[in-house]
Design a protein around this ligand. Structure first.
Ligand code: SF4
Length: 386
């Protein structure tokens, strides 16, 4: 069992380093697009929490066009693990999270599966099938509303102000969630509400304010506090650091990371790569709706670095690295090419790239960055191609 973490304090050790040795592995994997060995890692101690296979989302527009927002995404999330899902805006990260919670608009169609497991019970399914994993993509709205959202899967939404009730104070909304999920009343409810606010660094003297009276950062903290109340086994955090200064970013992601104690899982959706580096066990990179790389966080952010040219470019764009943006723009999701969607922006593109790359060993690329790479003291990497 994972050991308890101390509450986040400024300038503490890297949380991921404190969590070395966590169980983040898997067995009995069906074939998966990004490479079965990279989707999860075999281990006798594997505790599955979420298994996503071939998840695709299509939006049918009023004009009859199909928008390929997410295509054949597969990954595992183990109990006690933080998986960071990164990529530029519009690459499908948030659509994927919405699909997992049944929050897509009516013109969306999903395929594939997303099995939500009971972390401690799946080894011995109950006679009535209560312990079997729930396919989130196949579950009906009543099941999702009554047993999944907030209870088995928490969500830190991307647009917190839009998710908060505009005419009620943050305190009343937080108290309602605490009362509903923890069954507390009176003095205990008041104390638990204050504790829930403090957990997300939401100031107690702002609990009597309505959402429109909050800054973006405070609204973000309010949404995070609401999401943490249920201590759900799986937490989806969609851009939870938006609007926060760096110290609060670190505090927030550390608190989210601490949530993975006792077998919980965290899917951190973010374009904040330093935040992902701080807390993630693994990194999944999306581009144009597809997973293009799935890697251990240490080698990904350190040496040898990412292997997919797009992921390599994302890191190189950071100010503390090369500060060179990825050239060009992401493709139109309603008009994707047959081959690699990154080709128009890729310096390594060749004739083979007119064909969709077959994923192998965690990367979907015909010419991945491979050997001889190193991270210099300045953060600049040197690489070669396969
Ligand atoms: S498949 Fe080709 S175009 Fe796509 S990222 Fe790899 S090298 Fe670049």
């Amino acid at each position: 069992m994972a050991h308890a973490l101390p509450r986040p304090v400024p300038h503490r050790a890297h949380p991921r380093h404190r969590l070395a040795g966590r169980c983040v592995a898997g067995t009995d994997q069906p074939a998966a697009p990004i490479g079965a060995d990279a989707v999860s890692r075999p281990s006798e101690t594997f505790r599955p929490l979420l298994r996503v296979r071939e998840l695709s989302v299509r939006f049918r527009t009023r004009g009859g066009r199909d928008i390929a927002a997410v295509s054949e995404v597969s990954f595992d999330l183990a109990a006690g693990e933080c998986l960071a899902l990164v990529g530029e805006s519009g690459c499908g990260k948030s659509v994927l999270a919405s699909a997992l919670l049944g929050l897509l608009p009516a013109n969306a169609r999903t395929s594939g599966s997303a099995l939500l497991h009971h972390p401690a019970r799946d080894a011995a399914p109950g006679p009535a099938g209560q312990d079997r994993p729930l396919d989130l993509l196949a579950a009906d709205e009543a099941t999702l509303a009554r047993t999944v959202r907030g209870r088995r899967v928490g969500l830190v939404p991307q647009s917190p102000a839009a998710h908060l009730t505009p005419v009620r104070t943050v305190g009343s909304q937080l108290a309602e969630i605490v009362r509903e999920l923890k069954g507390l009343r009176g003095k205990e409810l008041a104390e638990a509400t204050l504790a829930a606010a403090a957990r997300a660094a939401f100031p107690a003297d702002h609990l009597d304010r309505c959402p429109h009276q909050l800054s973006g950062g405070l609204a973000q903290r309010a949404a995070t506090a609401l999401a943490l109340v249920g201590d759900a086994p799986l937490l989806l955090a969609d851009e939870p650091t938006t609007g926060l200064d760096r110290e609060l970013v670190e505090r927030t992601v550390d608190e989210l990371r601490a949530h993975t104690d006792d077998g919980r899982g965290l899917l951190l959706i973010t374009h904040d790569l330093p935040a992902a580096e701080r807390v993630a066990d693994r990194v999944a990179v999306m581009y144009a709706g597809r997973l293009v790389e799935l890697a251990e966080a240490g080698p990904f952010f350190g040496a040898p670095g990412p292997r997919h040219p797009y992921a390599d470019g994302l890191l190189a764009a950071l100010p503390e690295r090369d500060f060179v943006p990825v050239p060009g723009m992401p493709p139109e999701l309603g008009d994707l090419p047959d081959g690699c969607a990154f080709a128009p922006r890729c310096a390594r593109a060749g004739a083979e790239c007119a064909q969709l790359p077959v994923p192998s060993d965690g990367v979907a690329c015909h010419h991945p960055v491979t050997t001889g790479r190193s991270v210099s003291a300045s953060g600049r990497r040197e690489g070669s191609t396969a």
